[in-house]
Write a protein that binds this ligand. Sequence first.
Ligand SMILES: [Zn+2]
Length: 466
Amino acid sequence: MQLYSTLSRRLEELLTDTVRMYVCGPTVYDLIHIGNARPFIVFDALRRYLESQGKKVIHVQNITDVDDKIINRAREEGVPPSQVAARYTEEYFRDLEGLGVNPPTHSPKATEYVPKMVEFIEKLVEKGHAYVVEGDVYFSVATFPEYGKLSGKVLEELEAGARIAVDEKKRDPLDFALWKAGRPGEPKWPSPWGEGRPGWHTECVVMAMDILGVPLDIHAGGNDLIFPHHENEIAQAEAATGEEFARIWLHNGMLTVRGEKMAKSLGNFSYARDVVAEYGTEAVRYFYLSRAYRKPLDFSEAALREAKRAVEGVYGFLWEAEALPEEGEIPEAFSLELSSLEEKFHARLSDDFDTAGAIGALQEIVGAAHRLRQAGGGPTGLRAAAALLRRLAQPLGLFQTAPPQAKGLAEELIQLLVELRAALRRERNFALADHIRTRLAELGVELRDGPEGTIWLLRGRNQKAG
Ligand SMILES: [Zn+2]
């Protein structure tokens, strides 16, 4: 599989059998919004696809549980910051479940790694890459000549921009804080430089290196993190170890609203759970995975409604095909068509995880099945198409829901009405036959007349990913 790395600016081959992947996780001061959900859905799907291809994936996604935003929220509510962080950590896991995202293999909390962060910062100070000013510790960007290699930013330009916000304590305006001296009412930990707390850029580096070791196979996150967060992670990690930090850097595009980035600070956001409640888990996943992950994507009700319709369309095919009896052979040409679509599905995903192209291949399976049916092809071919679609879509967390079942008396009553309707049609009493069909449809029971007779399907209400 090849993946486009922001660092090398080209496709890189993913070679290892065990893939060590770090994804920047949430800062737990509020519920996640639907834009925050994009990297969680995309990189979880990548992990599941790699696992389906026989690779082992160690997926670390951190929880930033000490941060200015958490402290501010705690102050507003008059509770300790740890209480705010604990509450939103729990809600984050609930949201992942609602989004059909598997829990990462590791979800380290920054506060559990502070002693290791202190050790790491000491090493940078010893090596001359960091300096201490009044209880703060700063990374000296001038000591890392490769600074800017990820973002492609040129030092001179950065210097000019950074001078606008001059911090007297820094030797150079580009230097960034590794450790912040404790202020009253804030969470604090002991260190050789006095009590304080780690900076965000240091948190991710230390958790990533401690759990995964260097170089990571993949470091991922939203493209709004390229600068300064990921640039600063590289500088610290490589200055401390002298080794490459991460081989492949993956960045997803931003979710926008009318072309503007969705952000809490702009007030143009929707909470992930509200969107899931309105459109369903699979419509949200389909919305993201049917587009190229690196491109920006505009959020709108129309786009979500369209995704929901597309998901329902696929289920319409699946549930109908699966209700058919096993009958006849799969036409050879159709069998070949399915094989080539399966190949196409994998080829798309192997090319920079092109989920949009892969979902296109799934839709082509539905299209091929419709053509087979129109040509009078047998039920076995349709069932094979449905089985293939389900198997391929599984790592994407799509199309795994079984048809809703009617059991016992309900099933027998539906069957009775279907028989009654067939008898009415034979007697050419179409008005009453149609009335039965319409009333059943209103109750969520859809009748479909085909060459095999009439089959009935229950329409699902709330579809969830498997
Ligand atoms: Zn991070």
